[in-house]
Design a protein around this ligand. Sequence first.
Ligand code: 4G1
Length: 230
Amino acid sequence: MQIDILTLFPEMFSALDSSILGRAQKQNKVQIRAINLRDYTEDKHLKCDDYPFGGGAGMVMMAQPIGSAIEALDPDHKARRIYLSPKGQTFRQQKVFELLEYDHLILLCGHYEGVDQRAIDLFIDEEISIGDYVLTGGELPAMVVCDCVCRYVEGVISTSSLVQESFSDNLLEYPQYTRPVEYRGLTVPEVLRSGNHAEIDKWRRQQSERITRENRPDLLAVQEKEDGQR
Ligand code: 4G1
């Protein structure tokens, strides 16, 4: 999986050099590149943004550096070209599996008031939003998409961790405990120390259902909808 991220702030993506994604990159299982849009500007002062036509606050990212970068990185349009944007469909786990069908993703990060609409019309396949709140840029959303996709790439994390998830899809996780057995008067539930794996599985399933019902009843509704589609 190759992921090219187009941004005015490539330094932000050093966060992906740590932990699991850092290891996956070193092992060459994923190639994540943060590409500076400034490297593609044809403006002699390296300008990549300008004032909005029609007036209003802030700046708009110019179409030219975006178009030139995308054409250079993906001349045959084999990549899925995604703009992280509040106007996109909300990112869900199902989308992760769709994106895994591509070998190459290009993620465009907006800044300021966003990008010239012509860059979207000409060069973008799809807009994705990570949720409904105001951000300073699309960089954190791009990192979210990277993280979600890369963990499913062969060899990035153990398959047993992934299998565990798919069993309980659309359910939240059961509570976890580690040593010691007692901490500040709270003890680990007896069943988890019983060694009875049928009882442990049953307890965990019940806890997952209870937590999902209490905290995220909307997830159960999503599950019923997806079941209906199968
Ligand atoms: C109007 C949120 C504007 C934000 C309404 C989720 C948010 C990219 C995302 C904004 C962004 C709402 C995202 C807003 C995002 C241009 C630069 C757009 C940053 C920008 C609800 C600012 N998922 N936001 N505008 O946040 O890029 O992907």
